[in-house]
Write a protein that binds this ligand. Sequence first.
Ligand code: ARG
Length: 475
Amino acid sequence: MALWGGRFEENVAEATQEFGASLPVDRALYRQDIAGSIAHAQMLAHQGIISEEDARAIERGLTEIERDIDQGNFAFDINDEDIHMAIEAELTRRIGEAGARLHTGRSRNDQVATDTRLAAKALARELMQANLGLRRALVAAAEDAGDTVLPGMTHLQHAQPVLFAHHLLAYAWMLARDYTRLAAAFDAADASPLGAAALAGTSYPLDRGETARALGFARVIENSMDAVSDRDFLLDLEYACSVMAVHLSRLSEEIVLWSSQEFGFIALSDAFSTGSSIMPQKKNPDFAELIRGKTGRVVGDLVQLLVTVKGLPLAYNKDLQEDKEGALDAAHTLLSCLGVMRGMVSTWTVRPDRMRAVMHRGHLAATDVADYLAKRGMPFREAHAVVGRLVLEAEKRGVDIADLPLEAFRAASPLFEEDIVGALDLDAVVAARTTRGGTAPVRVAEQLRCVTEGIEADEAALGALTPVVEMGAGA
Ligand code: ARG
């Protein structure tokens, strides 16, 4: 018979037992469940609701169960439905009546919300750490890149030359925003639902502040119905994961392009490439592709939860049991993607010669030629048209605009003088882009310092987070 056996005459059908069980998923939350139960039992004793002796027996029993699960010595039984019942049933088998007093003034509804929030905090923090690791790797790669230039693109067409470091730092900024989203998701989870009981609170004199403090929560959720039905914190976490996954996917796409024969801008290390079972020459960017592919999964997890909660009346509904699988999947998938991306970025070989070699295609200096005329008095729109004709001329001759002879420039406009030749040097073109946030080496050096300061500030913030209950590996 199930825990609620009293009101029932028959057991649930075998098929529905398995259908209704969440144990295969929520067993991953055993540490959070045990921490929550110990905090609840101690508070019950402090409030005189159960005896100190019972609370000590509960704590001892739960600590032993945790150790057994940590070591893989716990036989989970699907008939227990979920991790809460599995642990409580085992506790009562081990310590008897005291175990049966644990659930006083508590429901699985506030229990599962507590466990899930603790898990969300632990996962958010792990993701924040991994995010910082990748940002550090990007900064190191940007430092290594020095003054290496490559064609900056729009529409995947050569646009204007930029520093490779500038390009890489754009991703560091994306990841800095991702960190902010993770921190917000951590904060959303950082409130205790424990004591809300089934939905309405209880008639026992619980001290919700005590359990919140004991579990490391920053605050207590003020509405018991909100406490048991809110899953916004998981949506926040999965949204943060989704946006970060999308950023990794964009970088993956660049890695796939850059490592192709057409670009050849980077070569991935052997450790982050695969071969082909039939084509002996192949070296494929499989792992970049796989990160791009796994992004669909992470975004899917977010969409699944949004759709799951959209029609739910207050308060708890069994639909909410479908919340954890996707959240765990999104976080774990992204953690592995972050690790692989970090490895790829740290071990690739950059080919400045290949980047340089394609700089003389696509008329990368064209904007600067127009600027040259505009700075000598011609309205920019007119200059744009003049340079457009010069590009056409260069195309007809089969050369880059930078390779046109001085006479061709002079024929296009008398404003051109001999110094136009120097103005087309691509390093000079890059160095001239000195607006704040621009690609000139002096600006990129400033940006590198700024990105590094951001990493240091986030590292400090990570150290100041409220405590988390780490995910256990034993389940
Ligand atoms: N296994 C359930 C879940 O994950 C626990 C809460 C069940 N509560 C209930 N009233 N059925 O959501």
